[in-house]
Design a protein around this ligand. Sequence first.
Ligand code: EPU
Length: 336
Amino acid sequence: MCIIKNNYSLKKHNTFGVDTCAKFYAKFSSNKELLTILKKINTDKVTILGGGSNILFTKSIYNTVLHNNINGISIIKENKSHVWVEVGSGENWHDFVLWSVKHNFSGIENLALIPGSVGASPIQNIGAYGMEVKDSIEKVCTIELESGETKNFNNKQCKFKYRESIFKNEYKNKYVITKVIFKLSKTHLNITSYGDVENELKNLKLSINPKNISDTIIKIRNKKLPNPKKLANCGSFFKNPTIKLQDFKNLKIKYPKIIGYKIDEKKVKVAAGWLIDNLGLKGYQIGDVGVHKFQALVLVNYGQAKGKEILDFANLIKEKIKAAYNISLEIEVTIL
Ligand code: EPU
């Protein structure tokens, strides 16, 4: 059902729990409903909202907020080794991971408990524990806002990169993602080499399969990452920055424990969480905004923080990182 409201509070629709007002809000559950709404609005001035788990509102939204509620999960094709699954973009991401694990498919099990919707997953190419969603996406189905026409993007056309895609860049707010077609594997990928996953599986004496991997990751995440339902947050607030290998070597002399992953002969990706943590900022707080106590990459809202206060706090962290390591942190969350 299509729901349309004026001057509507988005507090319940962003996991940072920021109280901001949308001048015009419309929630749609099908392509047909979306097309009806598009005929009535200025499609140049639109903000598309999914699960609201990667967005920070810093002011009232004068654009039309389009809230995606297209649901449904169905298998559309299969062969001996793979299955193709069509998923409505308004489905909750974690629920889809649980569905996939229950059917014993592989490809997204390491992405358990990432907040947000299925439609948001390709936008920033969500990733965790050695897996990225881009490796399981066959096609992203969209409706172009301006023309109302359907356009499908194959994997290559999505221009996926680390936490990036065409939908976060040149096509930002130009297309509404309506469905995502996933290609999941019937053979288990069993990616366990990242961080604590392998050790945890061993400790718990669990055999390696998608269900046990996803259960273990749920356990690890619950220990380290705050549940947005209990403590408002948007997951990682910053990206892990990429720096020159030589700069990393120089930093390593000063900070022998610094954590980085070599990308190629010239570049290293540095753990931003470590950089922040090393400055003693875990648990650092101003008013209701803080750095999470257990994972420094996550900023949290303890109650009534305004979006602008969270952004100011983030900029302060950026300044501290720049001053200490001469590294410019990039914000991962979308700021509006
Ligand atoms: N670290 C610290 N202190 C901290 C946080 C991290 O020393 O406060 C160290 C850890 O000990 C580890 C390294 O930094 O050696 C990397 O930390 P972690 O494995 O927790 O991962 P991350 O790089 O901080 C990324 C993703 C997370 C994802 C995890 C697990 C980004 C921006 N973030 O975090 O994604 O869950 O890896 O794969 O790439 C998200 O995007 O919202 C998110 C939570």
